[in-house]
Design a protein around this ligand. Structure first.
Ligand code: GLA
Length: 381
């Protein structure tokens, strides 16, 4: 990958630059909890967006997407949203930096990577993070990883249109090899846990369904959670988000909310508890309990939060009924993308062969198998 980026930069701009990388992420458990100020348990992976950057002495930002063979340029002083979707990530990060009073000069930029797009591995957060990290380092802006995560999230809100939480950008920037991050999305306190499931493999099965509904439905889910909070707030002091709402409170005021709002909120409250239970199990090295929580998470995402799809349900249900798979669930925003599976090494090949054949028969195409290794976050190469 690095060779491809180096060659492309040289060919396109005729010069050398500095190389940076920022990875995609997996999330062991804790889905749709981040924007509800709850807990998540992600880790960075060994698939990243790589970017090369060089100041060009002017005010122009020239961007080249190697994978899409697409280019664009805009002035760093412009406030006009670029037409090309990918370029908006670069533009948005610059604008968010400028809001913080940072001075960004013109630069040449080429990027590409091996984070599968639309598979729920946060290729967009990887891009925002590498853009932010590379610009901050290149122009000595002194932005912390916390600030860069926030800048990436705001870029997504203000220039891409998804009101996402902070999990993906945080994981891409703070990830460490063989460790997962328990992040409290309210305080941004975090704790790294060694993730070492001896005898098991973490495998992603990509349904190959692109999550096209994701951004609109995502914002709808967020609004439903806010609606639930508003109802409880009328009765209980000190409630600011679902993080402050207990199941008892929710059940008490259930009659005052739409049935689907109730189920969305119930899922989030239960999912937060599952993250805490999974972290306690991680401290004991009990991967079976973590797996059980993953199955529970999928059931909730599918039935209560309703962000799954038939293909993801098929993959997760098949795994749940297969001896040797100790945990499985859909991962990320939903409506497509991957399941994350914890598979006993001894059963790995047989399981993959079987599910590939069955899924293919059911949906007319095989799932894509993606092996991941939990790896370091954003870095200069
Ligand atoms: C997407 C968002 C994250 C998070 C997940 C769901 O990946 O970018 O902030 O909300 O969905 O857990």
């Amino acid at each position: 990958m690095v060779g491809i980026i180096n060659d492309a930069f040289k060919k396109y701009y005729g010069s050398e630059g500095e190389l940076f990388a920022s990875p995609g992420r997996v999330n062991i458990i804790g889905e749709h909890t981040d924007y509800n100020f709850g807990f998540v348990l992600p880790g960075a992976i060994d698939k990243a967006i790589y970017a090369k950057i060089k100041p060009n002495g002017g005010r122009l930002c020239r961007v080249y997407s190697i994978d899409y063979n697409e280019s664009a340029e805009f002035s760093v002083d412009s406030n006009e949203l670029p037409q090309k979707h990918l370029v908006r990530y670069v533009f948005g990060v610059i604008k968010e930096m400028q809001k913080l009073g940072k001075r960004v000069e013109g630069f040449d930029f080429a990027f590409g990577g091996d984070v599968p797009i639309g598979a729920g591995l946060s290729s967009s957060a990887a891009l925002e993070s590498v853009v932010g990290y590379a610009i901050s380092e290149t122009f000595g802006l002194g932005l912390s990883r916390f600030q860069l995560a926030k800048i990436g999230q705001m870029c997504e809100h203000n220039y891409v249109g998804v009101r996402c939480g902070i999990m993906d950008q945080f994981a891409s920037l703070f990830g460490e090899e063989n460790k997962v991050i328990q992040l409290d999305c309210r305080t941004l306190d975090y704790k790294l846990f060694p993730f070492n499931p001896v005898g098991y493999k973490v495998v992603l099965l990509d349904s190959q369904v692109k999550h096209s509904l994701a951004s609109s439905e995502y914002n709808v889910r967020m609004a439903q959670c806010e609606e639930g909070v508003t109802t409880v707030q009328k009765h209980v002091n000190g409630v600011e988000s679902l993080r402050d709402v207990t199941l008892d409170m929710l059940n008490t005021y259930k009659g005052e909310m739409e049935e689907d709002v109730y189920r969305r909120c119930k899922f989030v409250i239960e999912e937060n508890q599952r993250v805490l239970d999974a972290c306690a199990a991680l401290e004991r090295g009990d991967y079976r309990i973590i797996g059980e929580k993953m199955f529970g998470s999928h059931r909730g995402l599918s039935k209560d939060y309703e962000v799954s799809c038939p293909e993801l349900d098929y993959l997760a249900d098949y795994a749940a009924n297969y001896d040797g798979v100790i945990g499985s669930r859909m991962m990320g925003g939903g409506f497509g993308g991957c399941t994350i599976n914890l598979i006993n090494e001894a059963n790995h090949d047989a399981f993959i062969n079987e599910i590939t054949e069955k899924y293919n028969r059911q949906f007319g195409r095989p799932p894509r198998v993606i092996d991941v290794v939990i790896s370091d976050g954003a870095r200069k190469l």
